[in-house]
Every structure is written in C-alpha cells, then in structure tokens.
Design a protein around this ligand. Structure first.
Ligand code: NAD
Length: 252
C-alpha cells in the first residue's frame, strides 16, 4: 500500500499505459481520479474497477484545453479532496509533413502532447504548495532522445516534456513537490498497435531490435510511475526514467 489514501490524478486513464497506471495506483491504496476524451471506455473502466472495490472517479476532459482540465480538476477535488499526485499520460502520435502541417494542427498537437503538462500543474500546484508535498510524473518517450523519420514533430513535444520536468523539479522542489518523467520504449497499447496497422513491416522490425526480445506491457511502465509517485522515491526529482528494456543502449 505505497499510496494509501493518496489522491492520484491520471490523464488519459481509459486505455493503454494510463489505464495500467490507474489500476496500479489503485492497487497501492490510492483514490484515483482520471480524465479522458473517450467517455464510453472510461465509464466502462470505472464500473469494472468499482466492482472490484477500488476508489475511482472519472471526469471527461481534453488535456489540451485548460478550461476542460480546470473543470475536471474541480470535480475531482470535490469528490476525493486535494490532489497529491498527478500523472500526465495522455498523448497522441504525430506523423506530419513539416512543409504541409498547418498552424492549427501544430497548435492542437502541442496543446495535447506538451502544454497539457502545464495545464495540470496550473490546476494542481496551489493545493500541493499548501500541503508542502506532491509528486508529478510526466510520460515522455524515448523519442525525446532519438526518433523516426515521419514522426514530425513528436520528438519535439516529448523533448519539451523533459525540459518542463526539469523546470518544475527545480522550481517546485523547494515546496516539497517532486517532478519526474518516465520515458517508455515500445509498449503494447492501442497507440502502438495503430502504428503497426499503418506500417505493417514495423512490427517485425521493431521486435528484432528489442534487447529483452519483447516489448513492454503497460503494467511494466505503471510500476515505475507508482514508484515515482510514492515516498519510496523521496529523493528523486527532475529526472527522466528510461523504461525501454535497454533499447537506447543499442548502437544501431
Ligand atoms: N505505447 C508506446 O509504445 C509509448 C511509448 C512511449 C511513450 N508513450 C506515451 O505514453 C502515453 C500513453 O500512450 P498509450 O500508448 O497508452 O496511448 P493510447 O492511445 O493507447 O491511450 C491514450 C489514452 O489517452 C486518451 N487521450 C488521448 N488524447 C487525449 C486528450 N486530448 N485528452 C484526454 N485524454 C486523451 C485516449 O482516449 C486513451 O484513452 C502517451 O503520452 C504516449 O506518447 C507511449
């Protein structure tokens, strides 16, 4: 029970890595609130987890829109009290042509994949500062360090998340609030599956370079997130935890 009675807020908690984080923190005793844009999936997940005896609350929100996050956060605080830990997980892939991408597409993508970290910080920091304690975990990616052709500008947003993690770690550390990033490698989620459907040769190619001979299960990313949320990581701040099975150790 690493997170007993803590209120943890997870973005994009209805599916993939976010859903695994919701489950893992709930199993560690947390009261979990999460937001998502997929209401149907989220409501089914809440029903399932509630039936299993976990304390879970869902409120629809688009992480790219601050007003939406502010409203969801207010409902979450009303339900479970002040937020003790935030996981910025919601994100989307990007496959734009840099010469064709429109200004609207750029804004929309960066609002979801980067600005969202600031949106939840803006909502949650006042209570965390009052409590002189808090933990923020941002899901970045190995794309913050190395990326693929055709993934413009995903790597830029994920690199930005590492930068925001450092800034928040330094600025809020004095308030007892730790901020860290987790950079997953290939993780078997609907997002990754959608890429394999788009580019069928990639499944085999991606498997061939995995040092552990397999890709991650979402629960393996969630375990690291739970550690960073908990007091077990009390001196970890401003860091980026790479959880890629050793992929970035490879000279390819
Ligand atoms: N799967 C991987 O291999 C991998 C690797 C590295 C990093 N990541 C990162 O991990 C995070 C989760 O990825 P995943 O693979 O679980 O994705 P996923 O698409 O499987 O799940 C993402 C969830 O976030 C929700 N979501 C999407 N946009 C949202 C928005 N604007 N507001 C609120 N919710 C929204 C979706 O509805 C979904 O429930 C992302 O930030 C992604 O970039 C994934």
């Amino acid at each position: 029970m690493k997170l007993k009675d803590q209120h943890i807020f997870v973005t994009g908690g209805a599916d993939g890595i976010g859903a695994a984080i919701v489950l893992d923190v709930a199993q560690e005793g947390a009261k979990v609130s999460f937001c998502d844009i997929n209401v149907e999936k989220a409501e089914a997940y809440v029903k399932d987890l509630t039936a299993k005896g976990f304390s879970v609350f869902f409120h629809q929100a688009d992480v790219g829109n601050f007003e939406s996050i502010r409203t969801a956060h207010a409902a979450m605080v009303k339900h479970f009290g002040p937020v003790n830990g935030v996981v910025n997980n919601a994100g989307v892939n990007a496959n734009y042509d840099p010469a064709e991408m429109t200004n609207e597409e750029w804004e929309r993508f960066f609002n979801v994949d980067l600005k969202s970290v600031w949106h939840t910080a803006k909502a949650c920091l006042p209570d965390m500062r009052k409590a002189k304690k808090g933990s923020i975990v941002n899901i970045a990616s190995i794309h913050a360090r190395m990326t693929y052709q055709g993934y413009f500008p995903y790597g830029a947003a994920k690199s930005g998340i590492i930068g925001l993690t450092r800034s928040l770690g330094l600025d809020e550390g004095i308030n007892g609030i730790r901020t860290n990033a987790v950079s997953p490698g290939y993780t078997l989620t609907p997002l990754l599956e959608s890429w394999f459907v788009m580019e069928p040769t990639k499944r085999k190619e991606s498997m061939a370079v995995q040092p552990l001979g397999r890709m991650a299960q979402p629960s393996e990313i969630a375990k690291v997130v739970t550690f960073l949320l908990s007091d077990d990581s009390s001196f970890v701040n401003g860091a980026d935890w790479i959880v890629d099975g050793g992929l970035s150790a490879r000279f390819a």
